[in-house]
Unconditional design. Structure first.
Lengths: 162, 201
C-alpha cells in the first residue's frame, strides 16, 4: 500500500514536471498578429506578426484552416525590383524580435478557401523548432485588418496610412 | 473697334495657350522633382493596348486630360502591391481638390490568375476611382518590355509568386512620360512631386 502510494506520488511528480517542461517549452511569443483582408475570389493574402524566441529557435511551418497552402516568404528589394521567395526555415535568434511585415519576411496564405473579411479572426498554427530539436506549436488568433492596413512600424514611418 | 481688337487679342491669346497645351510642358524649364526622377527624356509605355475589367480597350490616349500614374503588380502579392495601392489612395487624399486629376492604373503581371473581376474588386477596394488593366500573357509580356519592367515567376511549393519592378510611372495630360516614383517614397513625398508636375504641365 505504502509502495503504491509512493509510486502514485512519484507519478504525480512526473506529471507536474511534464507540465512544467511543457510551459518552459512555450518560450516563443507572438505579438501583434494580423492578416490582410482579401476581396472575393482573391486567392492569397499575407499574415504578419512579431515573433520573439527565448532560446535559439526557428519557425519551420505555419498552417491555417482558411488556406490550402501556407508558406513563409521573404521579400527583398534589389534596386526597384521587389523579389519574392519561399523560405523553409526562419531563424529566431534568442531574445531578438523577428518582425514579419510587408517589408521582409511574412506568412503567405495561399489558395484561400473563402474571403477573409476585416474584423474576423484567422486561426494560425505556428510550428517552432528549438536549436535542441524540440518542437513547439503555437496557436494564434490573428485579427483581419483592412486591405490598406500597414504594419505598425511602417505606418509610423509613413504617417497615418490607415 | 476696341471691342474687336480685344476680341482678337483674346482669340490670339487662346491660340497661344492652345499651342502651349499641345506642345506640353518644356522639360528643360523648371521640372525639378524633389523625390522622384524626371523621366521627360525617356520613352516608355507609349503604345500599350490592354483591356480594363469591363472589357474596354485602353491605350495611353484613353487617359489624355488626366495624369495617369501607372504601376505593375498582381493581386496575390501580399506586400509591395497593397503598399503601392494604399500609397496611391493616400496620395489622392493628400492632393485634395486636385485629386480628380490623378488616374491610378494598375497593370497585372499575373493575367492568368487575376481575373477581370478580382482585379476590379481589388483595386476598387483601395479607391473606387482606380482602374486595372489586363491582357493575354503575351500582351502583358510585351507591355512589361515596353515599360522596361522586370518580372519573373518564382516557384513556391506547387504554385508560384512573382518578383517584379515596383516603380510607378506618371504621365502628363498629353501622355508624355514625366516622372517615376520609387517604392520607398512615402505618400507625402509623391504628392509633392505630383503637384509640381501638375503646376508645370
Amino acid at each position: 500500500m505504502a509502495v503504491s502510494l509512493h509510486s502514485f506520488t512519484r507519478r504525480l511528480a512526473a506529471v507536474a514536471l511534464l507540465g512544467l517542461s511543457a510551459s518552459a517549452m512555450a518560450d516563443t511569443t507572438v505579438s501583434e498578429p494580423w492578416v490582410r483582408a482579401s476581396v472575393p475570389q482573391q486567392q492569397a493574402t499575407g499574415a504578419f506578426m512579431v515573433l520573439t524566441a527565448e532560446r535559439d529557435s526557428a519557425l519551420v511551418g505555419v498552417a491555417s484552416p482558411v488556406a490550402k497552402t501556407v508558406q513563409i516568404h521573404q521579400m527583398t528589394m534589389n534596386g526597384d525590383v521587389m523579389g519574392m521567395q519561399q523560405v523553409k526555415v526562419l531563424a529566431l535568434p534568442a531574445g531578438k524580435p523577428v518582425t514579419l511585415d510587408a517589408n521582409g519576411y511574412h506568412v503567405m496564405l495561399m489558395g484561400l478557401k473563402q474571403q477573409v473579411k476585416e474584423g474576423e479572426q484567422v486561426p494560425l498554427t505556428l510550428t517552432i523548432k528549438t536549436a535542441e530539436g524540440e518542437t513547439q506549436t503555437l496557436k494564434v488568433q490573428a485579427p483581419v485588418r483592412g486591405l490598406t492596413a500597414q504594419s505598425p512600424e511602417h505606418a509610423h514611418d509613413h504617417g497615418n496610412m490607415h | 473697334m476696341t471691342d474687336l481688337l480685344s476680341r482678337r487679342a483674346v482669340v490670339a491669346g487662346m491660340g497661344v495657350l492652345g499651342l502651349g497645351l499641345l506642345a506640353g510642358c518644356n522639360p528643360a524649364r523648371g521640372l525639378e522633382f524633389k523625390y522622384g526622377k524626371n523621366m521627360s527624356n525617356e520613352i516608355l509605355g507609349r503604345s500599350f493596348r490592354l483591356k480594363d475589367p469591363q472589357g474596354n480597350v485602353r491605350t495611353l490616349s484613353s487617359f489624355y486630360g488626366s495624369m495617369p500614374m501607372i504601376f505593375f503588380g498582381f493581386t496575390q502579392c501580399p506586400a509591395v502591391c497593397p503598399t503601392a495601392l494604399a500609397r496611391a489612395a493616400q496620395i489622392k487624399k493628400l492632393m485634395g481638390r486636385d485629386a480628380g486629376f490623378l488616374q491610378v492604373v494598375f497593370i497585372t503581371l499575373d493575367p492568368e490568375r487575376d481575373t477581370p473581376e478580382v482585379l476590379d474588386t481589388y483595386v476598387k477596394a483601395f479607391d473606387p476611382s482606380f482602374t486595372a488593366l489586363t491582357g493575354t500573357p503575351e500582351e502583358i509580356d510585351q507591355v512589361a518590355r515596353e515599360f522596361k519592367v522586370f518580372y519573373e515567376r518564382v516557384p513556391a511549393g506547387d504554385t508560384y509568386t512573382i518578383s517584379h519592378s515596383s516603380t510607378s510611372y506618371v504621365y502628363d495630360s498629353r501622355g508624355t512620360l514625366r516622372l517615376s516614383l520609387g517604392h520607398s517614397l512615402n505618400a507625402k513625398e509623391c504628392t509633392e512631386d505630383l503637384l509640381t508636375l501638375m503646376e508645370i504641365c
